[in-house]
Design a protein around this ligand. Structure first.
Ligand SMILES: O=P(O)(O)OC[C@H]1O[C@H](OP(=O)(O)OP(=O)(O)O)[C@H](O)[C@@H]1O
Ligand SMILES: O=c1cc[nH]c(=O)[nH]1
Length: 168
């Protein structure tokens, strides 16, 4: 079901919430795939000088040894020194929290940031780890089998698949 709200105003709102949290040398990292699209939009709105970083968390997944490698693994690229920096970590959907756990592990392999701020376009229910976002575009409560997916890169749209959404 394509029930996509307008994404551009949500991105504007997220950028406005992020602005006061930025230190002078703040940098941004997006998680492939959808998180990179959202990060590109926020990076541009915030006018960050540091080049956008991208991570593919496939090697850091906690089920990696069970399911193996996704056929389409992209190279992670963090083109700045993470030590002592404020890093804005961006993803499209926060669900169980396992992707964010993996991304944090990967970032810490590069160094020790001063702070990591988490921004997500959609915060849906179903957390399995104690991870919360600092900036959220929209909240969704979905039935267990349902999925909300960001399609893109242009236009960015949210598509809900599976069971019916029961509460916004
Ligand atoms: O909180 P979690 O339960 O970990 O789920 C959230 C992740 O699920 C989706 O990624 P997916 O693995 O589908 O990859 P994609 O971004 O390439 O579609 C989404 O983009 C988030 O990264
Ligand atoms: O609904 C969901 C859950 C996990 N990942 C998504 O992209 N959507």
């Amino acid at each position: 079901m394509n029930d996509s709200p307008e994404i551009e105003p949500i991105l504007d709102q997220m950028a406005a919430q992020l602005r006061p949290l930025l230190a002078e040398d703040a940098a941004m990292v997006g998680i492939y795939t959808g998180g990179v699209w959202v990060a590109q939009a926020l990076h541009q709105r915030l006018g960050l000088e540091t080049e956008l970083g991208q991570v593919d968390i496939s090697f850091y997944r906690d089920d990696f040894t069970r399911i193996g490698l996704h056929p389409e693994v992209r190279a992670s690229h963090i083109p700045f020194d993470v030590d002592n920096r404020v890093i804005i970590l961006v993803d499209d959907v926060l669900h169980t929290g396992r992707t964010i756990r993996a991304a944090l592990n990967e970032i810490f392999d590069y160094g020790r940031p001063a702070r990591i701020v988490l921004a997500v376009l959609v915060d849906r229910d179903g957390r399995e780890l104690p991870i919360q976002a600092d900036v959220v575009g929209l909240h969704r409560r979905l039935a267990a089998g349902a999925q909300i997916k960001l399609t893109g890169p242009a236009p960015l749209q949210l598509v809900t698949r599976g069971a019916t959404e029961h509460k916004a």
